[in-house]
Write a protein that binds this ligand. Sequence first.
Ligand code: ADP
Ligand code: GLC
Length: 478
Amino acid sequence: MMKKILFVTSEAHPLIKTGGLADVSGSLPKALAELGVDVRLIMPNYRAIKTTEEIYYKSTVRVNNTDVNILETRLPGTQVIVWLVDYPEFFDFPGNPYVDEQGNAWANTAERFALFCRIAVEVAMNRSYLEWTPDIIHCNDWQSGLVPALLSLEASRPATVFTIHNMAYQGIFPKTTEASLNLPKSLWNPDGIEFNDMLSFIKGGLAYADRITTVSPTYAQEIQTADFGYGLEGLLSHRKEVLTGIINGIDANQWDPETDAYISERYNISTLNKKQLNKTALQNKHSLPVDNNIPVIALVSRLVEQKGIDLVLECLPEMLTLPLQFFLLGNGNKSFEQQLSLFAETYPDKIAITIGYDEALAHLLEAGADIFLMPSRFEPCGLNQLYSQRYATVPIVRKTGGLADTVVDTLPETLSKNTATGFVFNEATSGALMETIKRALIVYSQPKTWKQLQTTGMKKDYSWTKSAKEYMALYEQL
Ligand code: ADP
Ligand code: GLC
């Protein structure tokens, strides 16, 4: 019998997305369902959820003296059932899952996700009138961290998997929050959800889940060290027997240059010359000089320290002396947003900066750019370097996490073995980034070699097929 999986997540594309967790939560369950797995999602019913699918009432569950409704819908365009935890007092507000419209973290973040976790536990235990008993609860990131902890107290419970998408976000709150959440006292200890006398949601996953995964093999190693573990490296290396890295796949239908509805001209490996029409569209859209020969560098990202935006800012003055155009789409840190916008005002024919979140532009940038920048300080997996390879846009990445696992540097031997797909640098310094940009520009001026990088990248299979099977194998062991 195929195992039944409850997938617990705080965001899922296309319902709601702030980053890669949504891409994974939207595409992995779909891939599992295609392999015949009965997988269902549970997430909060935020006001910002967008869907054309019907949403209907299923049941009401009482937890911690609170009545909460469960609504049901489908992951758009699929048969995958999604249960929405409907508690308007917490979730019916504008803004995203983590911050309000002004970008401030919700004051009741802990209460919100604790309630969400309690409902997920009721569904897991089939106490929520949904008449479905999962075998495995697959939790993702700290927002679902209390689920393995609470389930550990149940006499007969499903198995738990906790996937780390990012160790930098841990859901840490003052001790007083723990008391107000009315959590079982037995969980409050240094081997449990207590962390330096604070409440840690992520520890609920890391300490209690039967299996831990993260989103690349390299990141699975990195988080066992002090530089990447944020104080939890000891716990993670203690649990290394149950910790594995499974590289993310991509939604190969949504990110396909041959069918992409967001781009100006579609192309594939044998019509690669049409890619340049997307470059023209991009240059026109942002009023930059239309020039097919000038290399276009793009970056699409949350503007946070993780992504090495400061390194890009340090490189910009020198980059602007070179014959290139730079397009950036992102939002986040206000100081990064302001500094980038200032560059764009000063050099309007070389840089176009779009501050905001724009799904369509993200696709056009993948299609229209020649080079994609990901100088991340750390990157659990990263998805844009995978999209870039599929769109024949050569990535420049720092050698960390999933970037190290998925981009092959251009060197004499990788060129002769036909494995090179991009440019990789080690040091998290602007000097190393600048050198690598120059290295890429030299190869860009050699059309035959450039085309080799593009086609090698395009031929790689980054669909979920392989990784979804790795998750299935893991579920089978439990
Ligand atoms: P992370 O999850 O750390 O943000 P990933 O590389 O895993 O990084 O995934 C980021 C996802 O979010 C990609 O699909 C990327 O295209 C998308 N994205 C990030 N910022 C924006 C933005 N401003 N507009 C549109 N899409 C964005
Ligand atoms: C996180 C990571 C990113 C990863 C994504 C999906 O947000 O920062 O590297 O690709 O989750 O797993």
